[in-house]
Design a protein around this ligand. Structure first.
Ligand code: GLC
Length: 741
């Protein structure tokens, strides 16, 4: 019998400190509950089941279903305010009870203003700024009638073969939890019923990022310990920040599909976490229980999905025929589902609609959004700031960067240089190419007339056309410096884009090699949605900028970094492996009984590769340098319920002003279960002028030292802990503290 466990306390400290409140999502509002009762009591069984059905798109047949109160929500697409209001009028004014619809969309990193992809945003290590970008996305979405977004994606991913790694915040549960909370708070604002707030929907619950082989939709089979320590924390963080809904995943989880998994959907979500939001399945995931061979037919799929805890069947009518629509009523008639069970799910849906204020204000208020409009300058400034802070400087040999504006000629080469589409990445909302600043446009805007930008595409993204090589090499020969934009198209990562080969396409690599032979300094600007095995670039190219997909402000942000108007501060939220053979490779690995020892053959290693990554978690360079004084500790021996503080002075020892992400890692030196060699437990992003010193301070609380013991119960064990502080997960200084009985 599982004990009802409070979630591992180690994450709660971080969340309370960030979200400023605890359990906002579950303080049921009595007034709303009474209003739910007053609606529910009037509803027929058909009308109740209608609230649990979601359709995609719109046509006259679907409008008819709405008139017959058979639909509760719509994955509406970017049809805009007028169309949403028109459809809403059907639900509110042409039906018996006038229950408003929920309109949903995948607003992952922007509706009109496209921000960097989430993996890029996570590289900023600036949750407050990311929260601001989500607030803007919420405003734009709500102004167009969308009040529910299928975001944030909070899947922990430590396998870059999995294309959806681009949609999340990387490999670390702590960092992922911080960003999950930030995004939910940004989308939902101070109150869900604000007209510019939208309901968040952390996804894909749960462990979707653990797909075997990094192959999308593949089986996930993990221990409950891994589930609780790695994959659940960001979801718990999102719900603690008040997320109104959650999306169940496609994957099979330990033998039970995630969209029919009573343990995760009810025992954890409802009983352990006491959460009262809406569970919606991923796209036809209930119907796909048949393909899992977990259900014989649609009726059994409906029974298994509903009984496990899925409230709304997303778009079940789209592919295999709608599981819930005809079958739930029959299952009630056969006594396999009680009407009380139906009522409980319908309550969850009505609660979300009341919390959004839809019963009182079902229509998008045009005047409100006109009167409170966010200026384009403001939105662009946030998009630019976030794009700049998302850039990670991977290499800068001999300080090639930043380049001076005194140079005369830049050769700009590569398939993404004059590109207003790929820089928006997958899930780019309603982006418009005319709003996307390309690298070429950004560089041209950023230089005076004295510098010639000689653009030659040179090659496409991924084919065997070498016909552009000669012109590119010729341009390189005439230039003072070459900027080469390399990487993946926006469609090479994201959903259903898993790959076995993480090299950049060979045509790009070949052109880089030939340009390098021309002997001019090269800066490679990477645009990609996942870590790539860029060993040859890393070995041979003097300067490498990881730019991911930065959205509308791509060209401005990259130009400002290249010329030093912004000193890059990004840090990798995910490990870059040397080869796919190393995967999975992540920083918080276990010690093993035979940790690698170069003097001892019989230790954990590969014979054809180092164990170390190409670039480690938390890594990123700056145009300046920082020095760390030894760590000071207020008390190095504390009891289980006591805290202590660690301090470190950081100095900017270079000539550029810069931001340093001071990272705090903790190692439980010896414990009743094996623990990682280190775990991220805190970070502070500080601004330092040249020569300036600041002190970074971290409180070490018992919650941060808590682990799940043999029985998966949170416990703080006596013993020594190593405290690490540094600029990434490898370059660290350390000290020791001890928990005493
Ligand atoms: C997709 C994705 C999910 C998305 C949903 C609706 O298949 O898995 O992330 O929110 O369908 O578009």
């Amino acid at each position: 019998m599982r004990k009802i466990l409070l979630f591992p306390l180690m994450f709660l400290a971080a969340l309370i400190s960030f979200s400023g409140s605890f359990n906002r999502g579950i303080n049921a509002d009595d007034k709303i509950e009474k209003r739910i009762d007053s609606v529910l009591v009037k509803m027929t069984l058909d009308e109740k089941i209608g609230q649990l059905i979601q359709i995609v798109g719109m046509d006259t047949a679907k409008e008819k279903l709405i008139r017959n109160e058979q639909i509760g929500s719509v994955l509406i697409g970017l049809r805009g305010r007028a169309e949403c209001n028109r459809i809403q009028r059907i639900a509110v004014e042409e039906t018996r009870l006038g229950i408003p619809l929920l309109f949903a969309n995948d607003i992952i990193h922007g509706y009109h203003t496209i921000f960097p992809v989430p993996l890029a945003e996570a590289s900023s290590w600036n949750p407050e700024l990311v929260k601001e970008s989500c607030r803007i996305s919420a405003f734009e979405s709500a102004s167009e009638g969308t009040r529910w977004t299928y975001a944030p994606m909070v899947d922990i991913a430590r396998d870059p073969r999995w294309g959806r790694i681009v949609e999340g915040s990387g490999e670390d549960p702590y960092l992922g939890s911080i960003f999950a909370a930030a995004r939910v708070e940004g989308f939902q604002g101070n109150s869900l019923d604000e007209k510019a707030s939208i309901a968040a929907c952390p996804k894909h619950y749960v462990a979707y990022g653990g797909a075997e082989g990094g192959r999308d939709y593949n089986t996930v089979d993990i221990s409950e310990r891994t589930l609780r320590e790695i994959y659940l924390p960001p979801f718990h963080a999102a719900l603690q920040s008040g997320a109104a809904s959650i999306m169940s995943a496609f994957n099979d989880l330990n033998g039970i599909p995630a969209s029919a998994n009573h343990f995760t959907l009810t025992e954890i979500l409802r009983n352990e976490w006491n959460w009262d939001g809406v569970v919606i399945s991923d796209y036809n995931a209930v119907g796909e229980l048949i393909r899992h061979r977990f259900a014989r037919d649609m009726k059994e799929a409906a029974l298994r999905g509903f009984k496990a805890g899925v409230d709304i069947d997303m778009v079940g009518d789209s592919i295999d025929g709608n599981p819930y629509a005809p079958n739930l009523k029959n299952l009630v008639a056969e006594g396999k589902i009680s009407e009380e069970d139906i009522d409980n799910s319908v309550r969850n849906v009505l609660r979300m609609k009341f919390r959004l204020g839809l019963f009182d204000n079902p229509y998008t208020d045009t005047l409100y959004f006109k009167g409170n409009n966010l200026s384009k300058n403001y939105k662009d400034s946030i998009a630019l700031k976030l794009a700049e802070e998302s850039i990670v400087l991977l290499k800068n040999e001999n300080n090639l960067l930043p380049i001076s504006r005194d140079i005369k000629r830049i050769a700009l080469i590569g398939p993404f240089a004059d590109d207003n589409s790929n820089p928006t990445g997958p899930w780019a909302g309603g982006y418009k190419q005319e709003n996307v600043i390309s690298v070429l446009e950004g560089l041209k805007k950023s230089v005076n007339s004295g510098i010639l930008i000689d653009f030659v595409k040179g090659c496409n993204v991924d084919d065997s056309d070498y016909t552009g090589f000669d012109a590119a090499i010729k341009a390189a020969r005439k230039a003072d410096v070459v900027i080469f934009t390399a990487g993946e198209s926006r469609w090479m990562s994201g959903e259903a884009e898993s790959k076995t080969d993480l090299n950049i396409p060979s045509v790009q690599q070949e052109l880089i090699n030939r340009i390098q032979a021309a002997g001019k300094p090269i800066i490679v600007v990477l645009m990609n949605g996942r870590p790539l095995t860029i060993n040859r670039i890393s070995e041979n190219i003097p300067a490498i900028i990881e730019a991911w997909y930065l959205g509308n402000q791509t060209g401005n942000a990259i130009a400002r970094v290249i010329f030093g108007d912004y000193n890059p501060s990004g840090k990798l939220p995910v490990t870059f492996p040397r080869s796919t053979g190393q995967i999975p490779l992540y920083y918080y690995h276990k010690s093993t009984g035979r940790p690698f020892d170069k003097e001892d053959k019989y230790t954990s290693k590969y014979t054809d590769s180092p164990n170390t990554p190409l670039y480690p978690f938390g890594y990123g360079l700056s145009y300046t340098t920082f020095s760390y004084d030894p760590i000071a500790v207020s008390k190095n021996r504390i009891k289980k319920d006591e805290s202590t503080k660690v301090f470190v002075k950081v100095k900017n020892t270079g000539k550029y002003a810069g931001q340093e992400v001071v990272q705090l890692y903790i190692r439980d030196d010896f414990a009743s279960v094996t623990r990682p060699v280190e775990e991220l437990k805190g970070f502070k992003k500080i601004n330092l002028m040249p020569g300036e010193t600041k002190q970074a301070e971290f409180e070490i609380t018992p919650d941060m030292l808590s682990i799940l013991d043999l029985n998966l119960e949170p416990v703080v064990e006596p013993g020594k802990f190593t405290i690490y502080i540094g600029s990434n997960s490898v370059d660290l200084i350390s000290t020791s503290i001890e928990i005493v009985e």
